[in-house]
Design a protein around this ligand. Structure first.
Ligand SMILES: [Zn+2]
Length: 70
């Protein structure tokens, strides 16, 4: 799903309202954990980005602040 470049573009669905959210991911900094506000419902989306060094792939976990989705 993810490979090759350091800058990734991906689309997720907001865990609050299901609205598609476009993300630009920068995996050059390795693992990241941050909050992105949904453009539709303005609720915070918790993003956990893990760079797998071995397979050179990005693993993205998306959750709302009050509900963990793995
Ligand atoms: Zn939303």
């Amino acid at each position: 799903m993810f490979n090759d470049h350091t800058l990734k573009h991906t689309d997720i669905n907001c865990p609050h309202c299901g609205h598609p959210v476009h993300l630009d991911l920068d995996c050059s900094n390795g693992d990241q954990d941050y909050i992105e506000d949904c453009a539709n419902c303005c609720n915070p989306i918790h993003l956990n980005l893990h760079l797998n060094e071995i397979s050179r792939t990005l693993e993205l976990s998306v959750s709302s602040d009050n509900e963990q989705i793995y």
